[in-house]
Design a protein. Structure first.
Lengths: 328, 263, 303
């Protein structure tokens, strides 16, 4: 904590935190009404990556499982939506929970045999997994995935008779999902499940010795994180109206990994901030388009040097003192 | 006599690539006593702990707890049965607060699931409150209450050892395995720790203790088992062990027995 | 039979590339326990430096020293430049961050990988560049129906020789003992008077240098290079490293060759489009059933 520098304590007083949250929500709600269409789209992508980041944050941030293939689950969600909508005509919005279910289910099947692997080994398996999924999509098994061209012609989602079509509609759709997920994950963080995830991250052997069912909880995190990526996949497919393997490269998995670490492991606001940075960085550096990723690489290294805990780390001590403290 | 034995190992053997760390080792811990396990460095004491708590699988032998075989159970299942432990070097959850660390002990006794946690259902809230209160109580008793909101890695070493004890006790164990609880503590911390351990059997907690400090062992133990090279070489009351030439020899080598007595 | 032998030869050649690159990963991982994600892009950088030397120095050096002289200069320049880049990256992006923690180091490594590949793109452009025939040994031997390219033999022999030398250095010399000691236990090694920095510098110079040689060979073999090649080969080579047993020099060699063979045989007999799926599936199976790799030892974790 000292490494991260001293901060004024008033920042962490409960009313200040609430005021800050309210201001953020107000900003996010009003943003599309004064921003241009282009920037509303940028806002949509911030939300999309925030959703992906929140999913990975459960796996990587809360439990400490190195997952560098998260784009695979995103792809599974997107292709589930695309294929079922185009082939069977199931409404896109109805596929939202189903995409999450398919991504989560696949995550369960795949991760069961590998979940015991530690650190870098898991990292490599997940990279391999991401590549396998992408290559399978390119190879067009049984003519389902449409090969390198992907699947086109996904219907627009319809919500209570209202067709979701404009950037504004999608902006609200994705941010509503982000808000919902952030809330649910916040509740989990403050429960025995969230704590147990953190125990595993801090010391797996001690966690197990203290009665934490490490295997089941790791699987739960993996499946939950993948399911959130599946949700993001559905929204992405609906927005683009097409999916292709190019969208789900290793680079995307890397970006998600960086979102979580830039923001701060296990920090929900941090993850959203990380998503904003990763999406906005190329936008801000658009004038030097050719070099922007070059700077991005440098910025990653620099951030890890100056703020190794991330830009907005979770502050447990503060949470307790500011919130409900235990008084026996 | 036999039916008050709460924890027992029968002929457990653990090998590491040909090296026999524990060799057909038997120990029987009677309920509500403090039983010490001593021996020179590398005698296999910690390995016995790791076998009992399910971290290692023994090649041979059985571990019995209240007459039930524990072999094949995972560490978390063994804790849920009522055996908690501490580690030689504290293995705390370093980036979490002391309160959260202590709450870990309660994890196995909690029931709240995924959805009830997200929705904060009434039974989940009640359970959370109970977990926090229990943890807070142990922090109070071990004098760690002022540190409750500090991260575990920021508190002094002596407090970390106490915190590990608090965490294990919060699991409401029937048997507590302590791996060198006074190692690295100063004299006053040592006294606090000893006093506390001494009172545990009265609260219904049986203690199996690994310790190097002979003052601690002699002062606390009801029974002492001595091991060397993975085998049991002696067993008896502190008095008997103190006067046992085999033990003295194991510690100091042949012909030096007078040194231990004068010291 | 003809297919088999051709694929065998292809597999051995590709496997040599992987082995070269795998060594860099393995050396650095053994010492720092860090997956150097930038390593693949250092390999790419080597290919580009070699290309530049060949193109711009063709007239001068080629005239004075002939083709083989040109090749020697090209390889040396690529190896030196890339070793230098490796050292700079270690100094700037890893050394300050490594003590902080492993995850920040992983992110920094990813950052460097992104930086390097984009640097290559910024300098040499995003399009494919062609290695011209004039600076590639194009000869071959015809034995019956088989055609063995001199280049293939050159690649195989240099892989064997260079990796043999490296193996000798690590296993038989005093400095090698220092490397192995540092890999086993950094702190104890430091207490025994081993200069840890020197060991790290060796790894960060040697690994990229070998990678650069592979990069130039890849350019000659396939005749074209692209700024994304670092990532493709890097991932495969890392797979090879894991297959052979990470931190193990003969393991990296065996893993690389095996991976090359697996790839060539799947491409030859099953389907070229699915070969990478097989490769990665093999990796996953390997990690499930023998996580320490083919030549790795099984170690019980000390609690």
């Amino acid at each position: 904590m000292r490494l991260l520098g001293k901060r004024p304590t008033w920042l962490y007083k409960q009313p200040v935190r609430w005021a800050f949250l309210a201001a953020t929500i107000a900003l996010l709600l009003s943003f599309p009404f004064w921003a241009s269409r282009y920037w509303i789209d940028v806002g949509f992508y911030v939300g999309l990556y925030a959703l992906l980041g929140l999913g990975l944050n459960v796996i990587l941030g809360e439990v400490g499982l190195f997952n560098l293939g998260h784009a695979a689950f995103w792809a599974l969600g997107a292709y589930t939506t695309a294929i079922l909508n185009v082939r069977l005509g199931i409404p896109t919005l109805a596929l939202l929970p189903l995409s999450a279910l398919v991504a989560g289910g696949c995550a369960w099947l795949i991760s069961s045999p590998i979940i015991h692997l530690r650190g870098d080994y898991l990292c490599i398996v997940t990279i391999a997994l991401g590549e396998i999924v992408r290559l399978v999509l390119i190879n067009n098994p049984a003519g389902l995935t449409g090969g390198p061209n992907g699947v086109i012609g996904i219907a627009r989602p319809v919500f209570l008779g209202h067709v979701i079509r404009t950037p504004l509609d999608f902006y609200f759709l994705v941010w509503a999902m982000v808000a919902l997920c952030a809330f649910a994950l916040r509740q989990l963080q403050r429960s025995r499940i969230g704590r147990a995830w953190n125990y595993i991250r801090e010391d797996e052997i001690a966690a197990e010795a203290m009665g934490v069912d490490v295997r089941s909880l790791k699987l739960l995190a993996f499946v939950l994180g993948a399911a959130l990526a599946g949700l993001a996949g559905n929204i992405f497919a609906a927005k683009m109206r097409m999916v292709s393997p190019d969208s789900f490269t290793f680079m995307e998995s890397c970006l998600m990994f960086c979102i979580v670490l830039l923001g701060g492991m296990g920090s929900i606001p941090g993850t959203i901030l990380g998503a904003a940075l990763v999406v906005l960085f190329p936008e801000i550096f658009r004038p030097v388009a050719q070099y922007r990723l070059l700077f991005f690489g440098l910025a990653l290294a620099a951030t890890m040097y100056f703020r190794p805990g991330g830009l907005w780390p979770r502050r447990r001590a503060v949470e307790f003192t500011a919130g409900r403290a235990a008084r026996p | 006599m036999r039916n008050d034995i709460v924890l027992e190992t029968q002929g457990i053997t653990k090998r590491f690539r040909g090296l026999v760390a524990v060799d057909r080792f038997d120990i029987a811990v009677r309920a509500f006593t403090i039983h010490s396990l001593i021996g020179p460095n590398g005698a296999g004491k910690t390995t016995v702990f790791n076998v009992i708590t399910g971290i290692y699988r023994p090649e041979e032998g059985k571990v019995l707890f209240q007459g039930q075989v524990l072999n094949g159970l995972k560490p978390h299942e063994i804790l849920a049965r009522g055996i908690a432990r501490t580690f030689q070097n504290p293995r705390l959850f370093k980036n979490m607060t002391c309160l959260e660390n202590t709450m870990a002990g309660q994890h196995a006794h909690g029931r709240a699931g995924f959805w009830s946690s997200i929705l904060r259902l009434p039974h989940q809230r009640r359970e959370e409150k109970k977990i926090q209160e229990q943890a807070g109580e142990w922090l109070h008793r071990l004098g760690l209450w002022p540190f409750r909101h500090e991260l575990a890695r920021n508190i002094p070493y002596g407090c970390q050892k106490l915190l590990e004890l608090a965490r294990a006790l919060a699991a409401q164990p029937k048997v507590l395995l302590l791996d060198e609880p006074t190692c690295g503590l100063n004299e006053s911390e040592k006294a606090t720790m000893m006093n506390f351990i001494e009172g545990l059997p009265k609260e219904g907690i049986t203690v199996l203790l690994v310790e190097h400090n002979m003052n601690v062992v002699m002062g606390l133990s009801d029974l002492i088992t001595v091991m060397n090279y993975g085998k049991k070489i002696a067993e008896g009351t502190p008095e008997e062990i103190y006067n046992n030439p085999v033990v003295v020899e194991a510690y100091l080598g042949r012909g030096e027995s007078n040194v231990v007595k004068s010291g | 039979m003809l297919t088999f032998i051709q694929q065998l030869l292809n597999g051995l050649t590709i496997g040599s590339f992987y082995a070269f690159v795998a060594l860099g990963y393995s050396l650095i991982y053994a010492i720092l326990k860090l997956i150097n994600f930038a390593h693949g892009d250092l390999f790419g950088l080597g290919a580009y430096v070699g290309y530049t030397v060949f193109v711009y120095a063709f007239g001068v050096i080629g005239g004075a020293l002939g083709l083989w002289g040109l090749l020697a200069v090209g390889f040396a320049a690529a190896a030196l430049a890339t070793a230098g880049a490796g050292l700079v990256i270690e100094r700037v992006a890893y050394r300050p961050i490594y003590p902080i923690g492993r995850l920040p180091a992983v992110v920094s490594a990813l950052g460097m990988a992104i930086f390097l590949s984009n640097l290559i793109m910024a300098v040499w452009g995003p399009r494919y560049l062609a290695y011209q025939e004039s600076f590639i040994p194009t000869g071959f031997w015809q034995i019956g129906e088989f055609r063995i390219r001199i280049l293939q033999v050159l690649i195989l022999v240099s892989a064997l020789v260079l990796l043999g030398i490296l193996y000798f250095v690590v296993e038989k010399t005093t400095f090698g003992a220092a490397i192995r000691a540092a890999a086993l236990d950094r702190e104890t090694a430091a207490l025994m008077g081993i200069d840890f920095l020197k060991v790290i510098r060796f790894a960060f110079a040697m690994g990229p240098a070998l990678g650069a040689i592979a990069g130039v060979f890849v350019g000659m073999y396939y005749r074209q290079i692209n700024f994304t090649m670092g990532w493709v080969y890097g991932l495969k080579a890392f797979t090879a490293t894991i297959m052979g047993g990470i931190g193990n020099i003969p393991g990296a060699m065996v893993g690389g060759i095996l991976l090359g063979l697996l790839e060539a045989m799947t491409a030859g007999y099953i389907s070229a489009a699915w070969k990478d799926v097989f490769v990665f599936a093999a990796l996953m199976l390997m990690l499930i059933f023998r996580p320490t790799g083919l030549l790795g030892e099984k170690v019980a974790e000390k609690v």
